[in-house]
Design a protein around this ligand. Sequence first.
Ligand SMILES: [Zn+2]
Length: 436
Amino acid sequence: MLEPEVESRPWDEQVELDAASYRAQVAWVLERSEFYREKLSAAGISSPEDAGGLEDISRLPLTEKSEVKATATPEKPIGAHLCVGREDIARIYSTSGTTGTPSYIPLTKGDLDNWVTGSARSYAASGVQAGERIVSTYNAGPFVAGAVLDAFERIGLSHIPVGTGSTERLMLAVELLDPETVVLTPSYAAYLLEWAADRGKDLRGASVRRVLVAGEPGGGEPAFRAKLEEGWGAKVTEAMGIGDIGASLWGECEEQDGMHLGARGFVHAELIDPESGEAREISDGASGELVLSHLQHRAAPLLRFRTRDHVELWTSKCPCGRTSPRVRCVGRTDDMLIVRGVNVFPSAVREVVNAFAPKVSGHILVRPGAPGVKQEPPLPVAVELAQDVAAEVELAEAIAERLRSALVVQARVELVPWGTLQRSEYKSKLVERARL
Ligand SMILES: [Zn+2]
């Protein structure tokens, strides 16, 4: 553990500390954030007393990313939630949005330090040790993931940044520099297995003992993870953050049973019903959309921010000694489809299909027939076959049957030959909409 006195602190003591931080955070935004002054007063909260304590947090309205972004103007490009003056901002990140103007994420020196501390705890949970070598593949410079690179330094790792876009260069670094760890998206980790197999290389012979995955859901799905672990001959653990709140807030330990909240003390986590927005109790085995609040943020704090990440959560004791709850992301609202009232995440479809290895390659593409979230069955799913496997009606039927029993979704499975679906060196595209 990077900070045993913090990470193994009894959770009820953490909640007490967080309660004090929360009151101070609410007072801070009421005093300085034009955005929250307006938003909270519309909800009948004009003073810290109105807001109450951490146990009353659901009195506060939820915050959507779009409403924060809507307050950005050419005069105030960061947005009306900015709480500090120009001279107090130490860094401004941009979100990597592909359309329109990016969101700007300002941090004070203290905010940045908290980000790095939380990230360092999250990544250290994987078991990486000071003095070990880590190859990173994030093209993170301008983006929030850049703070993660500082976390590697904080842990004391010997960091070898390679970036994406040059698999040759990455694999050469792995071969020649003998890193113990690589950090990448789960899609890229899977892509590299195919890349190596095409060249007759066996990654199990390489020095890599840990594969740290982040950036998209999937690294925690059992069949997908087993495939990565088998191919790399290494342990796979995941990490997760969200740009607006913090980089790598969560990190999985060597028990591989969900990601601990590395950013404990800096961030408060809640679960809500994604449809109604109602708060759900945090208890072992709970699930819902993750909602996060800053506790000690200065530059542009967010309260009850909807992450759009759907998670499962556990509070049971973890043998590693870390006392924070653990989560596993099952998918993002942005990817979710609703088929006859049933929520379907493409990554869950992939996980079901993966159980048919070695007959399938593990690549899938969901092709919704209608625009929007709601779909009529059957849901078209392209499933790519493994190399030298012929398409058989029985296989397609068996996959459709498993999807029906596991996810309660009626699917039309189309088997496509090996190499048909696009590979990604970054994040996989699991849904393709027809051009209408
Ligand atoms: Zn643990």
